[in-house]
Design a protein around this ligand. Structure first.
Ligand code: PRP
Ligand code: URA
Length: 205
């Protein structure tokens, strides 16, 4: 499977507290920030760099700087909870937005908003904390590819096997980075054990 699961004791710690139903929205937002910071580092470890020579106060020193601009594409609304850590790490990042909402009965996602900057030549990272059926992520990946993204990647917090399979089937080769790989989905297409509705817990709705 094209899945990279974050392997760090802090990630396990943050995920466990996110799962806890007694965790309140303010703490939930902090944990989402902290976990997304770890994911942002992990999911960008293969970013291309180029040589740059700088002058230190003593002499010149060869170094390397990032070579490819990043475009971050959160899936609204829950994806917004993962944006800030990427902005804090990558100051020159551009942000596009895709609004998708699952129907409560069918679990099919419908699109209600899409605003993307130019994507060609950029490293495109789609972020959404929950990969359940994979319908939302696959739709978002189709939208970014239609706008010029090549080899985008997906970063989420909790992934279900069904969602990974769906993304792999519709977008072969797309790398998925997650903090946790869960057991599966319930009859209402919620992730088990999961953490419930991420957007509701993030925003206290
Ligand atoms: C949640 C989540 C994903 C989607 C995952 O969003 O943030 O976008 O469900 O489910 P899927 O893999 O089965 O498509 P939701 O539709 O609840 O909207 P929200 O972010 O506005 O709460
Ligand atoms: N969306 C969520 O927020 N949680 C799930 O378990 C599935 C979809």
């Amino acid at each position: 499977m094209p899945i990279h699961v974050l392997d760090h004791p802090l990630a396990a710690h943050f995920v466990t507290h996110l799962r806890d139903k007694t965790t309140k929205p303010a703490t939930f937002r902090t944990l989402s920030y902290q976990l997304s910071l770890l994911l942002a580092v992990d999911a960008t470890r293969d970013l291309p760099t180029m040589e740059r020579v700088v002058d230190t106060p003593l002499e010149s020193a060869p170094g390397r700087v990032l070579a490819q601009p990043i475009v971050l594409v959160p899936i609204l609304r829950a994806g917004l909870g993962m944006v800030q850590p990427f902005l804090d790490l990558f100051p020159d990042v551009s942000v596009g937005y895709i609004g998708l909402e699952r129907d409560h009965e069918t679990a099919q996602a419908h699109s209600y908003y899409c605003k993307l900057p130019p994507l060609a030549g950029n490293r495109v990272i789609v972020i959404d904390p929950m990969l359940a059926t994979g319908g939302s992520a696959a739709q978002a990946l189709s939208l970014v590819c239609a706008s010029g993204a090549v080899n985008p990647r997906l970063v989420c917090i909790v992934a279900a096997p069904e969602g990974i399979a769906e993304v792999e089937a519709r977008h072969p080769g797309v790398a998925i980075h997650a903090a946790a790989l869960d057991r599966g989905l319930n009859a209402r297409k919620y992730i088990l054990p999961g953490l419930g509705d991420f957007g509701d817990r993030l925003y206290g709705t």
